[in-house]
Design a protein around this ligand. Structure first.
Ligand SMILES: Cc1cc2nc3c(=O)[nH]c(=O)nc-3n(C[C@H](O)[C@H](O)[C@H](O)COP(=O)(O)OP(=O)(O)OC[C@H]3O[C@@H](n4cnc5c(N)ncnc54)[C@H](O)[C@@H]3O)c2cc1C
Length: 492
């Protein structure tokens, strides 16, 4: 199917979908609402304008007090209990065009939401507009051309499930209820990233509504600069309505699982892991976690995913499985899909969460010892230290091939803490910050998809040689910086 045909087909499919009641039931009674502009001032959005927007859209438009408003404004991290003045729940690309135009004309502070997993709560806002594409879900795989066309609100679970049916895969993250849009636009690390590149490296094209309200296709053939910027530049340029990914053949049964050691063996394990992971083939991904165990003792866990020939994987994993005295070893043949959703429950939405993160190029002894000290000195049983592996194809891709700048990142490290009670916010944030303080000087750059507020002033430095080009693209497609709730690039 040609690209244009696909766009037409998506619009037609959306037209017959039983989308929920499209115009909020009590739209007729919408009052004027106070709202926040993107420059920070307070304005009033007329109820009649909101009614017009609702009447022009197929998806619902919601304001406080209407049915569905509270569930629509909820995001993964419960720390961000924000109240947008307007939520535009888009059901199609033309809805997105109307919502973006409305946001620009009213100069509203604009948040864009797909899977809602922004760790720093950037997909919601107080008083502005939330442009929500989470109703736009759907994946169409073309197995012959090895392409997946994915609607802008789809979750990784949708992508993985549909591609797997054809023995195909592309890089997706490690928790399957994460949105494909946010993850891909910022980079996209995952269990097959070392073998196939970041999610953004696998993009063939993106359909996007930019600030002027027009729907564009960005690819190697058209709007090339925009396409370059979208692969790592996050949500800076508009609202993506669909993505085309390149797919790869892969056996849907992988060799994977978790192997764990008691915390007492963590120091030696970390040293061993530094060597082992450094020399690992691209087909092997290993993610390490230091975490409090169920009985109060700490655990060092490695989750592995070998995505190629099983016998070769068993050989590659032999030294790891022979290391020290594991508490358990649950590595075996398993479905890739089961592995991709294995962390879904433990990472469910609704908890409060705070993390600090950054990249390491190499795991030097200074780094492994610091990670351990940070973990051990944090209040016992509270902070987890996690390392997700990069490198492989990701690291062999040129820094200027796409906007994603951190190609040297062999390890994405995070100090994370989750909790339920808002009364513990201050204490827990301080604990995570305290742990990270020791680690941060050893990092080189950070991942825009896991930034905390502290990093927002360092976005330009983090993009390094790619920042100037990003600024030019920003100026062309979002000169007023409507899309600023992200790792914000200032227009040139
Ligand atoms: C539990 C969990 C696990 C994670 N695991 C991984 C992982 O394995 N690998 C990895 O790389 N990252 C991972 N992340 C980080 C993840 O990549 C980011 O949080 C990402 O932004 C989530 O995308 P989303 O669509 O769910 O988020 P949202 O909160 O909906 O969006 C986040 C941001 O992305 C932009 N955005 C979203 N949708 C669009 C759109 N349609 N058009 C334009 N801009 C848009 C906006 O700037 C928005 O603020 C994880 C996060 C969580 C919470």
């Amino acid at each position: 199917m040609r690209r244009r045909d696909f766009l037409q087909a998506s619009l037609a499919a959306a037209a017959v979908l039983p989308v929920q009641r499209l115009i909020a039931a009590d739209a007729a009674s919408v009052a004027d609402v106070p709202a926040r502009t993107f420059t920070g001032s307070i304005t009033t959005v007329r109820g009649s304008d909101i009614r017009d927007l609702a009447a022009s859209m197929r998806g619902p438009v919601l304001v406080a007090g209407q049915d569905g408003y509270d569930s629509a404004r909820r995001v993964w991290n419960a720390m961000f209990d924000k109240k947008p003045a307007v939520i535009a729940r888009c059901a199609s690309p033309s809805d997105v065009m109307r919502a973006v135009t409305f946001a620009r004309e009213h100069q509203l502070l604009t948040a864009v939401r797909a899977g809602g997993h922004s760790l720093s709560g950037k997909s919601t806002c107080d008083g502005g507009i939330m442009i929500d594409v989470s109703l736009m879900q759907g994946v169409r795989v073309d197995p012959k051309a090895r392409i997946a066309r994915v609607e802008g609100g789809s979750l990784l679970a949708h992508l993985d499930r549909e591609t797997k049916a054809f023995g195909l895969v592309t890089t997706a993250g490690t928790v399957s209820h994460t949105g494909a849009a946010g993850l891909t636009l910022g980079g996209g690390f995952g269990r097959v990233g070392r073998r196939f590149g970041l999610a953004c490296d696998n993009l063939r094209s993106v359909d996007i509504v930019t600030t002027n309200g027009q729907l564009l296709t960005a690819s190697d053939e058209e709007n090339q600069d925009l396409f370059w910027g979208l692969r790592g530049g996050g949500g800076n340029f508009g609202v993506a309505t669909s993505f085309e990914y390149r797919l790869h053949e892969m056996n849907p049964t992988i060799l994977g699982g978790v192997i764990a050691w008691p915390g007492a063996q963590a120091r030696d394990l970390l040293r061993f892991y530094a060597e082992f992971s450094h020399s690992a083939p691209d087909e092997l991904n290993t993610d390490l976690t230091l975490a409090p165990g169920p009985n109060g003792q700490s655990l060092a866990m490695l989750e592995v995913c070998w995505s190629a020939d099983k016998a070769a994987g068993e050989r590659a994993l032999k030294p790891l499985r022979a290391f020290g005295k594991p508490l358990f070893d649950k590595i075996g043949a398993m479905s890739y899909l089961a592995m991709q959703s294995g962390n879904d429950e433990s990472s469910a939405a609704g908890s409060r969460f705070y993390s600090k993160s950054g990249f390491f190029t190499d795991m030097t002894p200074a780094i492994t010892d610091t990670l351990l000290e940070a973990f051990e000195n944090a209040a016992p049983g509270r902070v987890a230290i996690m390392l997700q592996q990069g490198g492989g194809v990701i690291g062999r891709t040129a820094v200027n091939a796409a906007a994603f700048p951190n190609r040297q990142a062999n390890y994405w490290a995070m100090a994370a803490i989750g909790w339920k009670d808002a009364a513990e916010d201050e204490k827990n944030i301080a604990t995570a910050r305290g742990a990270w303080k020791r680690i941060e000087p050893l990092t080189s750059g950070f991942y825009v998809n896991s930034m905390s507020e502290d990093e927002y002033s360092r976005v330009a430095a983090n993009y390094g040689p790619n920042y100037a080009r990003l600024q030019k693209v920003k100026k062309q497609y979002d000169p007023v910086n409507l899309f600023r709730l992200n790792a914000n690039v200032l227009p040139a």
